[in-house]
Design a protein around this ligand. Structure first.
Ligand SMILES: [Zn+2]
Length: 502
């Protein structure tokens, strides 16, 4: 009886969210409707689909639909190139595409703290007054850049295909030659004999790897960098260091598709572990803990540096896998949330009160003066990124008496901050790519100084995309839900938790 009443509440909540009043702001609503069964509904129609976990990877089939199927378009190759993206900006729900939507939705609701429903914002909705947005399954918000070069990586230039964020950790594990995990679990939850990581939902990228090994891998994560913007800046000759990597390596022209939610904590963790957000313990930046109703907020300054206390013990980071394979090997994670197992971590310095003081503004190099002058957030994040690079360079200069890092994961954040503020095609976002490219150059120079350039593979990537929103459409949806008659809380910009009744 309790379950039926709850199901009815979810149904009524869905109706309220897909009401025509909210059609400009709610793209679609997602929810589970039974074991391995999921529903997506919009103002125009709905679809219900089922997950089959009988094979090595999950498969999906549509069980029913009404009106216009909100998940009818799953292609990843929509709007390739900045010009195409700008021309087709603010796509409505019939124009948008949702790559890997079935898989992305199903994994999300596997999480023990998953909400009852997810309300996905429309592409145009500038909630929180941000001109650039991400978080939804829409292709531009999900699409991150992915470029790799060096030993073990084919030299193909930009290829007309896409990969997935969940494939990044298995790919790096394969590139380094990490030992298979003896108890690896695959994407269906079953034992996986070829798994390199403890929970491996993703696969090594077959198109990318040539079977050789790299002794070292350096990752440069440009948070929230729009893939089309990055390639536009490369083509304009304004990102020479990343351009040189692309010229001798491979880039996915259709990007790396992030998992739902296409947000920072979720997809940093997915990229470092090979586990989807619904399986990693880090579902989003924030959620409701169903045990006690608390709401972790991993972007709050008193929680950010401890974010990985939420990491599931059933997943393994790349840093853990390196330690398992080569005990005592050195690895570094600079300004990376998912740092569990790293020998050096910027966040660990904060946790241990060992000092990670940001440089003064005048000490910061590669920070566009106009952007720094016009945006406090840009200025602040430039200081953070400067320190992240300094920490990574210190590891390559062996300043800790260390061996050279097997894996050096350097996260940079100004691209995300700038993209939110100016939109992905605004001046700040472009300047952030140029600045980040110069920082990539600093790290490459440190590897070269260490004499390891020929033995090191480089990855340039982002955790999710960034999409232009409509500056005229900032109205939040909360006021329109006050009278919906269903007790609920919404956290994380669209995770809807229904009030439990007696
Ligand atoms: Zn991010």
């Amino acid at each position: 009886v309790h379950h039926e009443r709850h199901g009815d509440a979810a149904e009524r909540m869905e109706s309220a969210l897909i009401d025509v009043v909210l059609a400009d702001r709610v793209e679609m609503v997602l929810r589970p409707v039974g074991p391995h069964r999921y529903r997506a509904a919009s103002v125009l129609g709905s679809v219900e689909f089922e997950r089959d976990t009988g094979g090595p990877t999950p498969s999906y089939r549509v069980r029913s639909s009404t009106g216009i199927d909100p998940l009818a378009e799953l292609s990843a190759d929509r709007w390739i190139g900045a010009a195409a993206e700008r021309t087709n900006a603010l796509p409505d729900r019939q124009a948008n595409a949702y790559p890997h939507a079935f898989d992305s939705i199903a994994q999300f609701f596997d999480a023990p703290h998953a909400p009852d429903l997810v309300a996905m914002h429309t592409a145009a909705h500038a909630y929180g007054n941000h001109l650039g947005q991400h978080g939804s399954l829409g292709v531009t918000q999900a699409r991150a850049p992915f470029i790799a070069a060096g030993p073990g990586v084919r030299s193909q230039g930009l290829i007309d295909s896409s990969t997935r964020t969940v494939d990044i950790a298995p790919t790096i594990a394969a590139l380094l030659g990490v030992a298979p995990h003896p108890e690896s679990i695959g994407p269906t939850g079953e034992r996986r004999v070829d798994g390199l990581l403890r929970r491996q939902d993703g696969d090594p990228m077959a198109e990318l790897l040539d079977g050789e090994r790299a002794e070292h891998v350096v990752v440069l994560l440009l948070d929230g960098c729009n893939a089309n913007l990055l390639h536009e800046v490369i083509d304009a000759g304004e990102a020479p260091h990343i351009a040189a990597l692309l010229a001798r390596g491979t880039g996915y022209g259709h990007g790396a598709i992030a998992s739902l939610p296409t947000a920072t904590l979720a997809n940093h963790t997915t990229a470092v572990t090979g586990a989807h957000p619904g399986h990693s313990g880090v579902l989003h930046n924030t959620w409701v803990d169903r045990r006690d109703g608390s709401t972790p907020d991993l972007l709050a300054y008193d929680q950010m540096f401890w974010a990985m206390r939420h990491l599931s013990p059933d997943v393994e980071t790349l840093f853990d896998a390196i330690e398992r394979t080569w005990p005592g090997a050195f690895s570094s994670a600079t300004f990376e949330f998912c740092d569990t197992g790293a020998s050096f971590s910027s966040f660990a310095l904060v946790r241990d009160r060992a000092g990670a003081d940001l440089p003064d503004a005048e000490q910061v190099t590669h920070a566009d003066p106009g952007s720094v002058a016009s945006s406090e957030a840009y200025a602040f994040m430039s200081r953070v990124d400067h320190l992240s690079v300094a920490h990574t360079v210190a590891c390559w200069d062996r300043e800790h008496g260390n061996e050279l890092p097997r894996l050096s994961w350097c996260s940079l954040a100004v691209t995300d901050e700038a993209g939110h503020e100016s939109g992905p095609h605004g001046a700040l976002a472009r300047a952030a790519v140029v600045d980040s490219d110069a920082r990539v150059g600093e790290v490459i120079a440190a590897v070269e100084r260490a004499g390891a350039l020929e033995r090191t593979a480089f990855v340039v990537m982002a955790d999710h995309g960034m999409e232009q929103a409509d500056p005229a459409l900032t109205r939040p949806w909360d006021d329109d839900l006050v009278d919906c008659g269903v007790g609920h809380r919404i956290v994380g910009d669209g995770l809807v938790y229904l009030d439990r009744q007696g």
